[in-house]
Ligand binder design. Structure first.
Ligand SMILES: [Zn+2]
Length: 306
């Protein structure tokens, strides 16, 4: 199953990344394409055929004299694709001479309207540009670091450390006791929204995926989970998580809510959830297909093995 923010078709071009001269050469090719961002909003073009990523040309980028190096995303055939951060420009739209239907757009909103196979490169770009913007200095010695390998590392010339863009693993899990599933509202955005979703949490250090599922569910709901099975995963570039979707089996039923993190946690019956998936339930709304939570819930309804 390929979720939104996955399915990137670019060849990430590891061999090209090993040669800094080749990367500079690729940056200067007229055929190279650049995906522009400003303050982590992506350039898009709202065409008659729908929303498209707003790739710009090498000559567009050259005339801007941006101080931040572009990040090499990869190759499509011989064509190098980069992401470029234009945040240092006060008015990036004006500097690019953008007209008509071109604009910078929030990446979540853009991903909802882009073709499915274009959201993978969007997540790669956003996560990498954000990491570079926030890791300009060495965490060992404080010296300013330099981007290398087209963005796959930042090198410290002082203490020789290499720093790598990180991805933070998060477990997100549909917990079932057979006939019911456990859904909740976290404190904040979803509280009192009518939307209930699967519970989720960051994997701790020294912890397996299964242990993280069991711990997070016990902490947030008091429910004890025994078996955990893997379902699918979704990159989530806000800022750089990987959502690891699991199905877990509950062996207790009494909910004790962690009120610091959760506004509500409840058991919902199959019939309630099935109606909500069809948007026919006035008392329960579920996340849309944009989010892996929707697919975990749908699998529980559709697939006999759960
Ligand atoms: Zn250092």
């Amino acid at each position: 199953m390929i979720h939104t923010f996955a399915g990137n078709t670019l060849d990430r071009a590891d061999s090209l990344r090993r040669d800094e001269d080749q990367i500079r050469h690729a940056e200067d090719q007229q055929s190279s394409r650049y995906l522009a961002f400003s303050n982590l909003n992506v350039l898009v073009n709202n065409t008659d055929e729908g929303l498209q990523l707003g790739w710009i040309s090498q000559s567009d980028v050259a005339q801007l004299n941006i101080s931040v190096p572009p990040v090499l995303l990869g190759l499509e055939g011989d064509i190098a694709h980069f992401a470029i951060d234009l945040s240092e420009l006060a008015e990036a739209e004006k500097a690019l001479g953008l007209q008509g239907q071109w604009s910078f757009m929030d990446c979540r909103l853009a991903a909802m309207d882009l073709p499915d196979n274009k959201t993978g490169v969007l997540s790669q770009s956003r996560a990498q540009l954000d990491w570079h913007a926030r890791h300009q200095y060495c965490s060992q010695c404080g010296t300013q670091t330099q981007q290398q390998k087209g963005g796959h590392t930042r090198h410290c010339a002082s203490c020789k450390a290499d720093h790598f863009p990180r991805t933070d693993p998060v477990v997100i899990m549909l917990i079932t006791d057979g006939e019911r599933c456990l859904l909740g509202q976290s404190v904040g955005r979803l509280a009192n929204s009518g939307i209930y979703s699967t519970l989720a949490g960051f994997i701790d250090q020294g912890e397996s995926i299964e242990e993280a599922v069991q711990r997070e569910i016990k902490e947030e709901s008091g429910i004890i989970v025994d078996t955990v099975s893997y379902h699918s995963s979704q990159p989530w570039p806000f800022p750089s998580s990987l959502m690891i979707g699991c199905i877990g089996h509950a062996i207790s039923t009494d909910i004790v809510i962690d009120t610091v993190e959760m506004a509500d946690v409840r058991w919902f019956s199959r019939s309630d959830v099935a109606l909500a998936l069809e948007k026919q339930n006035d008392h329960l709304r579920l996340p849309g297909p944009f989010a892996i939570a929707h697919h975990l819930i749908k699998s529980w309804i559709d697939d006999d093995k759960y």
